[in-house]
Structure formats: C-alpha cells, structure tokens
Write a protein that binds this ligand. Structure first.
Ligand SMILES: C[S@@+](CC[C@H](N)C(=O)[O-])C[C@H]1O[C@@H](n2cnc3c(N)ncnc32)[C@H](O)[C@@H]1O
Length: 417
C-alpha cells in the first residue's frame, strides 16, 4: 500500500532482510519470550493484574516483523484456553511469510495475518483492541507521532500498549557509523552491496571508534546481514531520550505507566549519598527515569507500557493488594529460593549493569511460594503458620522488599490466581 511514510525504502530493506532473522523450524524447540507483551507482564502493567483471559481479548501486533510478539502472545493466549486472538500487521510480505510459517509450525489458529501500513490500521483492521504491541517500529517511521496516533485510534478506552523505541546513549557509536556509511553509499547499490561496503569499513574500525568501544551493541556482529543492516544501514532510524518518549506519548493524549525493567530507570540504586537520594525522590517520576538514563548511559531501547490519558482506574498492579498473587517469570520458585538461601545474595545484570541485593531468610520463604496461584493474603496465612518466627509485620517487610526487587528486575508480576 502506498503511504506518505517513505515506506518504499523500508519495504526494500525488510523484503531483503526480514528482521529479526528467524527459522520457523526452531518453533519445535523453543518459544521466544520477551518484553513487552508477555501475558503476565502486560496484565500487570495494563490491567492491574486483573484481566480475565477466559473472556474475549483482542491484541494487535503492529509492525509484527518475523513474528516474535505475535507468536508469543498467540501461544500464551492459547495456553490460557481462552478465546483471545492476535491481529498481525506488517508492510513486509517476506516477514509475514516467516511469521505465518512459525504460527503454522505451532498449529496456532488465533492469529489473523494482514499486510499493510499501521498508518492505515483504522481502515484495514479497525479493532478496537484491548492491547497493542508496537516494538521497534515507530522509530523507523518518518512521522512516529502519526503512527502512535493511528494506533491510539484503534485502542479500546480501557486497553493499553506495549512499545519499544531506540534510546540514544546505549547506542553510542551507531549513529556515527550510520552517517559514515551513508556518505559512502551509492543510490544504485543493492542492499547486498551496501552490506559488503559496511563490512569493509567495520573490519578496520580504529580502537578509538565509539561503535568499536561500545560493548552494549552487537547486532552487526551477532545477527548476520539482517542485524548489520538493521543497525547500521537503516534508511530511517531515530532514538528517543526518556523525555522524548514522554513527549511522544503525551502528544498522543496517552501516558507512560511504566518503563521495563523498572530498576533500569531507578537512579537511587547507584547513588549512595542520602542527600542525593532525597533529592532524587523529590523529582517527578519521569525526571527520575531521565536522570537514570543519563547516569547509566547503558539504555539502547526504551520498552514501556502506555494507556490513554483518560483511562480510568489503576493500570499497574499494586503489590499492597491482598488478593493478587505474585508470579515469577523465567525462574522456578523452589530452585530460586534454594539458590538464594545458599548465597544470601541476588545477583542480576540489567542493561550491562551488575546489581546485587542481600536476601533474608524470610524473603527466601516468601520466594519459594511465589507460584502465581497464592495471593499475598494466602502467603501471609501460610507463612505465619509455617514459620513461628515470622510475624505479620515481618512477612509484610519481606514480601514488599522481595517483590520490589524481583519486579524491578522484571522477574515477577502480579495477577489474580
Ligand atoms: C525492526 S522490525 C521489528 C519487528 C517486530 N516488531 C519485532 O520486534 O520483532 C520493524 C518491522 O516494522 C515493519 N514496518 C515498518 N513500517 C511499517 C508500517 N508503516 N506499517 C507496518 N509495518 C511497518 C517492517 O516491515 C518490519 O517488519
């Protein structure tokens, strides 16, 4: 479909180098999961942990590419046994065919595949949608604000979005390299020729070059030609600071409800002087996030959830609520508790930063039971009986601190059991 979006150059790229590169045969081995849009994660951040997936749930994956989010979401919705479905929309026919083959390999029947621009979504597939995923797409549009507005137009009033756009500081060196390669490029060249020219430059980057010195960026080294093209030869690519994300989102009459992972946006984890912590805590949340982005310099992307600014009620689940159950993601509660009892220390790496938290015996007891089926109230009842030394106050302290750490690292969410 012809749009005013400079879609032709984009189209040429994604027809030649569908991104990310995926082989449908791998679907029998593993499900790729990630942020945004894992079901428990989006439920936590958009629906206060209270979405009932046995009711109809309509999701749109805008710019679905080779299918990661559409496949993950459709599989996780199918696993609930509910009627939830996913609409996949992309400009690239090659990417769509890979995504369709992945769905077929999994026998998923709950994805509707559509071709076209997300700018035209209200005529192609008007929704409304309870949830929209748009990951790694808006920053490639000539008018990202128009793209976000087009998506907002098809979002249900009580729904939300999971988005990802590039961030500048963790991508230090990328834009200099893009600029160098643009100045060497010839318009008559094929995408394959452009990759060869880029490789010839990359192999001789001087030691001082910012891309060479940036250990956080590796798609050009690890993701084949498609990774190199997407990172360094993209026809249209811009990065957003936290403040720019906020301006983009508020400009569409929406609000950012959380960045992922929350601890990557918390500067107080790194600065020990209480005077500084006090000043940071006095800042509006978005300014604290902006401070963290500048402090760490490690963010390559911003993953975030957003709702309409008129959205009523809580969108982010509240750990204080007694009828919500904590669920770990990517961790087995028993194994994790055993490991932490031995080490006394939770070590994590977040966006290239090493973080470490001491963990108490009470916290290990709470962790062991975080299996998504027991509410905070039930955990309190069980643990104050199981452990005679655990008072309700000690439980509250352990639960609140442990959940804050695990959620901050994107390892735990809340849901109704
Ligand atoms: C970097 S890929 C990301 C794919 C996928 N969202 C993911 O995270 O794996 C960007 C995708 O956006 C698609 N795209 C770019 N502009 C678009 C538009 N205006 N409408 C729909 N899709 C678009 C491209 O064809 C490409 O498949």
């Amino acid at each position: 479909m012809a749009t005013s979006d400079g879609a032709e150059a984009l189209s040429e790229q994604y027809e030649n180098f569908p991104y990310p590169p995926r082989d449908p045969a791998d679907e029998t081995q593993r499900l790729i999961t990630g942020s945004p849009s894992q079901l428990d994660e989006l439920n936590h951040y958009v629906f206060g942990g209270r979405r009932d997936f046995s009711k109809p749930f309509r999701a749109l994956v805008a710019g679905g590419g080779t299918g990661d989010a559409a496949i993950m979401l459709a599989q996780q919705l199918a696993d609930t046994g509910g009627p939830g479905d996913v609409t996949y929309l992309d400009l690239s026919a090659t990417s769509r065919s890979i995504a369709e083959a992945r769905a077929k390999a999994r026998s998923l029947k709950n994805i509707r595949f559509l071709s076209g621009s997300l700018l035209d979504v209200s005529s192609i597939a008007p929704g409304p949608y309870d949830y929209i995923d748009c990951c790694g797409v808006l920053h490639h549009l000539s008018d990202p604000a128009a793209g976000l507005q087009a998506l907002r137009d098809v979002l249900a009033n009580d729904g939300g979005m999971g988005l990802m756009v590039y961030a500048p500081y963790g991508r230090t060196g990328v834009y200099q390299a893009q600029s160098m390669l643009r100045s060497l490029g010839k318009s008559s060249e094929t995408p394959g020729d452009r990759v060869k020219i880029a490789q010839a430059v990359l192999k001789d980057l001087p030691q001082t070059n910012w891309l060479r010195r940036n250990p956080l960026v590796g798609d050009h080294l690890n993701e084949g030609d498609a990774g190199l093209y997407d990172l360094l030869l993209h026809s249209q690519d811009r990065a957003y600071t936290v403040q720019e994300v906020n301006e983009l989102v508020t400009g569409a009459d929406m609000k950012v409800v959380s960045f992922i992972a929350p601890f990557a946006y918390d500067p107080t984890l790194h600065l020990s002087d209480p005077k500084i912590t006090e000043r940071l805590n006095a800042l509006p949340w978005i300014e604290r996030c902006a401070f963290a982005e500048q402090l760490t310099g490690s963010l390559k992307t911003h993953i975030f959830y957003a709702t309409k600014s008129t959205r009523k009620g809580k969108s982010v689940a509240d750990a204080a609520e007694l009828d919500l159950a904590p669920i770990l993601v990517g961790l087995d509660p028993k194994q994790a508790a055993t490991a932490l009892r031995q080490s006394g220390q939770l070590n994590a790496e977040l966006e290239g930063l090493k973080l470490s938290f001491p963990v108490s015996s009470e916290e290990c007891s709470v962790l062991e039971l975080m299996n998504g089926s027991q509410t905070r109230q039930e955990l309190l009842n069980i643990l104050t009986v199981l452990r005679t030394d655990m008072t309700p106050e000690a439980f509250d302290t352990a639960y609140d601190r442990l959940f804050r750490i695990l959620n901050g690292l994107n390892l735990a969410f809340l849901r109704t059991p």
